[in-house]
Each structure stands twice: as C-alpha cells, then as structure tokens.
Design a binder for this molecule. Structure first.
Ligand SMILES: Nc1nc2c(ncn2[C@@H]2O[C@H](COP(=O)(O)OP(=O)(O)OP(=O)(O)O)[C@@H](O)[C@H]2O)c(=O)[nH]1
Ligand SMILES: [Mg+2]
Length: 452
C-alpha cells in the first residue's frame, strides 16, 4: 500500500476483507466400553466459528489501524470428538472503530456506529456440524452420520468514517479555525500563518457554562474545492452530520479576494458538495477583530446577511468568543442532525436462505440444481460416510428434487451437479424409507419446492 505510515496519518476510508471462522465438524463415534453393549453414538458437535465484530469507541479517531491491516479473520471452531466431546468455539475477533464509522457491503449500509460501545457483528461464524448423537432416531439408533461445519461469512466490506461533531468550523485557509478550536477546547491543532496548516480534521470537546459539545475543525476550503482544488472537498464529509456550522471569515480576505466575496465562495462550495450542507444553520463569525478592517467587514456582512447571525470575534485574544459560545449552546438543542445513512434492515443484512431450487441443464447435458439451502446441505454433508450419502439422497427425494429432475428428463445414471458436487442420479429405492428429522421438517411445511 502506498499510504504513508506516519503516526498521525488520518485515514477515513478502508477496504477490509472479512473471513469469519468455519464451524467445526461433528464427529461420528460410538461408545465402546467393556460390558456396555450397544453403547450408542457419542460423537460430539463441532464448535461454532468465531464472528467478527466492530465496536465504536471514542478513543479511536481514525481508521488507520484497520486500513493497514485489512485482512481480518476470526478463528475456526474445533471439531467435535468421541465421548460426546463438543469442539471449542472459535474465538470472536473484535475491532474498535471511531464513532461515526459506516460499514458498507456492496453499496448497502450494514451499520452506522454512532454511540460509544455500540457493537455490530459484521461477519457471522459458521455453525458447528452436528455429531452422530444428533442423528439418532428410533428408526436408526446407530447412525454413522455427522455434519461438516458451516463455513463462516466471507466478504469484502468498505468502512467510511464521517466524524460525529455538533459544530463544524469552515472557512478559507488562514481564517483562524484551528486557533478558535484551540482556545475553546483542549484540542491542539497546528496553527500557523500560512494556508493549509491543517491537513486533517480535528475534533475538540468544548465545555461552556456547564454544557458541552464537539466541534470539528476541517482543512480550509478554496474556490473550486468541489473540483479538487486545494485540499479538495474530501474533508467536507466530516461536517455533513454536524448540527451547526460556524463560518469563520478573515477580514483581510484571502489573497486578492475580498471577504464578502470569500463568504459567497464558501457558501457555494458547501452547496455544490451536498445539498444537506446548504440547509444547515450557519453562524458567520468575522475573526481577527483586533485588526483595523474587521469592524467594517462585520458591519458590511451584517447588512448583507440580514437573516444570519454575524459575530465579531478574535480567536487570538478571546474577545467575543464567549458570546459566540453562548449562542451556540442555546442553538444546539433546537437543531437536529441530518440522517445520512439508513442502515439496511436485518433481512437485507442476513437474507434468509431460500428453500426453493431450480433445475436446469448445462451444455454438457448435466442437470444443475441451484438453491441456497441445497448449497448449504452440500457443504455440510460429509460425503465420506455412506450413511451421510443416503441421508443426502433422502433429503433430495423428500424436498422434491428427484421429482423435478425426472420432470426435467433425468434418467437413471444422468449426471447432476449441486454447487461443486457432481454425482450420478438414481431413482432406485433408498436404503431406508424412514425419513429423519430434516425430511420431516420439510414435509411438515407443505411447500411445493419444485415450483420455485
Ligand atoms: N491578528 C489575529 N490573528 C489571528 C487571530 N486568530 C488567528 N490568527 C492567526 O491567523 C493565522 C492562521 O490561523 P489558523 O488557526 O492556523 O488558521 P486556519 O483557519 O486553521 O488555517 P488552515 O488550517 O490553513 O485552514 C495564525 O497565524 C494565527 O495566529 C486573531 O484573532 N487575530
Ligand atoms: Mg487550521
């Protein structure tokens, strides 16, 4: 990765590769002890695979750690053993992310972590396979069947940080935004008499007359920022969720630009970036009141923006700052945060596996059966066990796959493929006509699976 690895790099996006743990395999074993005939099955279940969690924490301010270590895996569950020994669960993996982290998967918002300690299970570990104790029925008291563990969820996710602050400080470079944040909070952003001193957002917690709020200082904007000029508008996303903007105005303007024009330019840049920013409540604050020209500019802006509140302050000498903060703490409770991210509901995040299936034929004449529940059945079936094979075939018959295949033209010996498993199909009677638990469950639901 070409990103610089300095300790203060602010990174607000990260692509991560998540792989939750696979469930352990179930065991097929029998109790064998002297003087205990017919000891019965005693194969333990596999342990559940570890899941991956994201937890929001105010102690973290950037996605840097995650961006540099994007491969995140949780451990697999342990296989079950004989003597009814169930396997250990795989260990969950927990990662801490800053408040305001939005987690996306293929464009869908999975979660928006806004509160301290908020947890989200982003990738679920697989279920442990059942051992042969689970397959004991009164028709089959010695089953040599055990399931494989279910694979854990595995996908690519995109993390985006949009910091959470109540107040955003905006303005041209050198207007004094960082100076203001440093006098009203404990944040210590770099301050200097040249443009673009601040290169990444800073958050400070302001406490004024017993009330506190978070303020974000973002790098200065210039004309054309939305087209990438200066530092561009990449940091504007960090003020999208503020309730209030304080637009700091340098009474000396910026370069050749007069302060009045500079105010218009910033307002335009905000609007061009996102309509939400155009609607936000803005307080204009003419800074550097110690300079001779400040009062004139303040009066001119007051005249021009009659509906706006225009303050005159000096961040360096603290003059007028307290009055500005009085107004901010009064305004904040009346304002709302714009809801920008709507996390998808649980059904989208974890869609229910479809119980139906579709039968088609590929160019080689192989019948292809597709269905998400069947796919899961394939990965969890231990085909090394003849009894598991029989159970698998019984399930196919019970849920109507055999009927659908026959209808599609399959004959004895036709090749059938489900997921990556290819086998010869047979219409021969099954070794045991007694259905197990799984088949009963399907039968009871009374769904005509072959139609889907
Ligand atoms: N005279 C005077 N100078 C001030 C005042 N407030 C800030 N400054 C000076 O203005 C310069 C720029 O201040 P910064 O706080 O770095 O400005 P900024 O808006 O954060 O600038 P960028 O980070 O580049 O966008 C510094 O030299 C400050 O000392 C003030 O009230 N009066
Ligand atoms: Mg600054």
């Amino acid at each position: 990765m070409s990103l610089p690895r300095t300790s203060n790099t602010f990174i607000d996006t990260a692509k991560v590769y998540l792989k939750a743990g696979k469930g352990g395999n179930g065991a097929s074993s029998f109790r064998r002890e002297k003087f205990i005939p017919y000891g019965g099955p005693d194969g333990g279940h596999g342990g559940k695979g570890g899941s991956i969690w994201f937890v929001a924490s105010a102690n973290i301010t950037t996605l840097r750690e995650i961006a540099f270590h994007p491969h995140i895996t949780a451990s697999d569950g342990v296989n079950g053993g004989g003597n009814k020994c169930d396997g250990h669960y795989g260990e969950d993996k927990t990662l801490y992310v800053p408040l305001g982290t939005v987690i996306k998967r293929a464009g869908t918002v999975l979660a928006d972590l806004k509160e301290e300690g908020q947890r989200f299970c982003v990738a679920k570990g697989g279920r442990g396979g059942r051992g042969n104790t689970a397959f004991k029925t009164r028709f089959n008291t010695a089953p040599k069947i055990s399931e494989n563990g279910e694979p854990g969820e595995e996908f690519e996710a995109f993390l985006e940080l949009s910091v959470l602050a109540d107040v955003g400080l905006v303005g041209f470079p050198n207007a004094g935004k960082s100076t203001l944040l440093s006098v009203i909070s404990a944040a210590r952003p770099k301050i200097a008499n040249y443009p673009f001193t601040t290169l990444s957002p800073f958050i400070g917690i302001v406490t004024h007359k017993g009330k506190s709020f978070a303020a974000a200082d973002i790098p200065g904007l210039i004309e054309g920022a939305h087209e990438g000029k200066g530092l561009g508008d990449t940091f504007l996303k960090h003020i999208l969720r503020t309730k209030l903007l304080i637009h700091l105005v340098d009474p000396e303007g910026f370069g050749d630009m007069k302060p009045e024009k500079a105010v218009r330019v910033i307002e335009k840049e905000l609007k061009e970036y996102h309509p939400v920013l155009a609607k936000k409540t803005v307080i204009l604050a003419v800074n550097k009141s110690d300079l001779a020209c400040a009062e004139k500019v303040h009066a001119a802006l007051q005249k021009k923006y009659k509906s706006r509140e225009v303050f005159l302050i000096s961040a360096a000498t603290n003059k007028g700052v307290s009055r500005l903060l009085d107004r901010v703490i009064k305004l904040l409770p009346t304002l709302k945060t714009d809801e920008l991210y709507q996390a998808a509901d649980a059904n989208v995040i974890a869609p229910k596996l479809s119980e139906g299936f579709k039968v088609s034929q590929d160019s080689a004449g192989t019948y292809v059966v597709k269905g998400s529940k069947l796919d899961k059945l394939i990965v969890m079936t231990n085909f090394a066990q003849p009894d598991s094979w029989d159970r698998f075939r019984r399930v196919l018959r019970t849920i109507g796959v055999d009927k659908a295949l026959k209808k599609a033209g399959a004959v004895e010996g036709s090749m059938v493929r489900i997921l990556n498993k290819e086998f010869e199909w047979s219409d021969a009677p099954l070794p045991s006509a007694k259905p197990g638990k799984f088949a009963y469950k399907y039968k009871k639901k009374g769904i005509d699976y072959s139609d889907q």
